[in-house]
Design a protein around this ligand. Structure first.
Ligand SMILES: Cc1ncc(COP(=O)(O)O)c(C=O)c1O
Length: 504
């Protein structure tokens, strides 16, 4: 943007594409402007220091941006136009379930009857909210085949930690504290982190050449010090652990518990239940499967459902049906205590219940069936360009490899992902799971049409052609986006979280 001839802030109009850097609100600031208007009233003005004790007043004036509502709206609208989003187009970011979320769920969460209630309001004034929470708990238990659930955790990783604390409470209550938790080498990075935070040691179990848990290695690792196993099913390679009932029997025989990382629940909704597979603890990412987008830094919800023998340890107090039509806050007998302020991210919970109610059991089953169908269609359609890491039927996502493109043209998975941005698609997840060379993990989700999947496949074929003709151009991609290729390693290693980062 060219600088203004007039003194003061920058203009509200600026190109939304190209290489222009969006000014910060501070650069747009002009002393005396404000984004609000207060009506003049007959109420006499009272100086602030008469209302607030001196000890609570900041002696220095805080330098806030002074911008008009008009400029502020232009600024944020321009920023949203420079982003990719689930509302804008296909977002096949594997392991994240970035599906389109129905707008009616937003409408439910925006209902003033729900969003204007203070979380500290007493139970007799909030029966509607309590009923909503209890109903959601019941639905999530029905989906997972579990007995009870906490809705407090605010993300998948928070659910994992809660689950491990429940595992610990269970073993301690039995006078049998244990020290190790088993995790397959394909696991999501949050799993070992949560095990460590939960005070356990990680024992890694290798995958076999079919991308599944190596059962013999698992059995060899079991012992009286094993508290349990954390498994993702379908696993992070997008494959269903076919020997799950045998795994469950072996872990239970050794006195351990089975933890189900249900972040990939989109694949199995209404088809198979973790409880029926033998799991004792399940976390769900409502912000993936149930109408809230994952990522983007917004609030999430990672409820944890458990089998009957673990229900007394759940966080609390929790919304509970105490009589036929009456609800209250009740703390489970041996509760591990709170894991979140108030009742969790309540609006995400309201959206999830709306999503479940509107789909119904048959609708949820169709979600999973279409998610799996779409991933397999894409895997099969792309087999000549990006072969699957494991040539088998996959679940809701497929892990492909750019290793042949690298060998032939020196074009890596990252280059393919960046090239896709120029084609108008969000990138797949790259280099995860770690056990696959040049991994590209696509999760098309059930919300994308056959036409969109075909367009995605054609875009990847164009990228392959470009790789053979002009590999250099892919190393520089993307060139048509507001931000071109960034040095991601440098950004992670030298984080400068200040507004003047660009000048350093
Ligand atoms: C398999 C798996 N487990 C755990 C998580 C962690 O969830 P969150 O990002 O909500 O903490 C994710 C994230 O997508 C995941 O894919």
């Amino acid at each position: 943007m060219s600088s203004n001839a007039l003194p003061g802030g920058r203009a509200a109009s600026a190109p939304i594409l190209g290489h222009e850097i969006e000014p910060t609100v501070f650069e747009m600031s002009v002393a005396g402007r404000s984004a609000y208007q207060l009506r003049t009233t007959g109420v006499p003005a009272t100086p602030l220091d008469e209302l607030v004790p001196a000890a609570h007043l900041n002696p220095e004036v805080v330098a806030l941006a002074e911008v008009s509502e008009r400029d502020l709206v232009a600024h944020y609208t321009r920023l949203t136009h420079r982003q990719f989003s689930v509302d804008l187009g296909a977002y096949p970011l594997g392991s994240c379930t970035m599906k389109y979320n129905p707008k009616f769920c937003d409408a439910v969460a925006a209902d003033p009857g729900l969003n204007s209630v203070h979380p500290g309001a007493p139970a007799e004034l909030t029966q509607g909210w309590l009923e909503l929470l209890v109903t959601l708990e019941e639905k999530l238990c029905a989906v997972t085949g579990m007995a009870a659930a906490t809705l407090q955790p605010s993300a998948g990783a928070a659910g994992e930690l809660t689950g491990l604390l429940l595992m610990r409470a269970f073993h301690n209550a039995n006078g049998d504290p244990r020290s190790r938790v088993l995790i397959p080498d394909s696991a999501h990075g949050t799993n070992p982190a949560s095990v460590t935070l939960g005070g356990y040691e990680v024992t890694t179990i290798p995958s076999n050449d079919r991308g599944l848990v190596d059962l013999a290695a698992l059995k060899a690792a079991l012992g009286p010090d094993v508290a349990g196993i954390m498994l993702t099913n379908p696993n992070t390679v997008g494959l269903f652990e076919e020997e799950i009932t045998e795994i469950a029997a072996a872990v239970h025989d050794a006195g351990g518990l089975l933890y189900y990382d249900g972040a990939n629940l989109n694949a199995i909704l209404g088809v198979v239940r973790p409880g029926d597979m033998g799991f004792d603890i399940v976390h769900m990412n409502l912000h993936k499967t149930f109408a809230t987008p994952h990522g983007g830094g917004g609030p999430g919800a990672g409820p944890v459902a458990v089998s009957a023998r673990l229900a007394q340890f759940l966080p609390g107090p929790k919304a509970t049906r105490v009589e036929k039509d009456w609800y209250d806050w009740v703390k489970p007998a041996k509760s591990i205590g709170r894991v979140h302020a108030w009742h969790g991210n309540a609006m995400v919970l309201a959206r999830a219940l709306a999503y479940i109610e509107v789909h119904g059991g048959d609708g949820l089953t169709r979600v999973a069936q279409r998610a799996v169908l779409n991933a397999n269609w894409l895997r099969s359609r792309l087999s000549a360009t990006l072969p699957a890491a494991y040539d088998r039927v996959c679940m809701h996502e497929c892990v492909l490899t750019a290793a042949p493109l690298k060998a032939k043209y020196g074009v890596r998975g990252l280059d393919v992902a960046k090239g896709l941005l120029e084609e108008g698609f969000h990138s797949p997840t790259v280099y995860f799971p770690l056990i696959v060379d040049e991994a590209l993990m696509f999760e098309p989700t059930e919300t994308e049409s056959l036409q969109t999947l075909e367009a995605l496949a054609e875009a990847i074929e164009r990228i392959e052609k470009r790789a053979s003709n002009d590999p250099e151009s892919l190393h520089r991609a993307p060139q048509t986006t507001p931000v071109s290729r960034v040095d991601e390693a440098r950004a992670a290693r030298h984080l400068i979280p200040t507004e003047d980062a660009a000048s350093r």
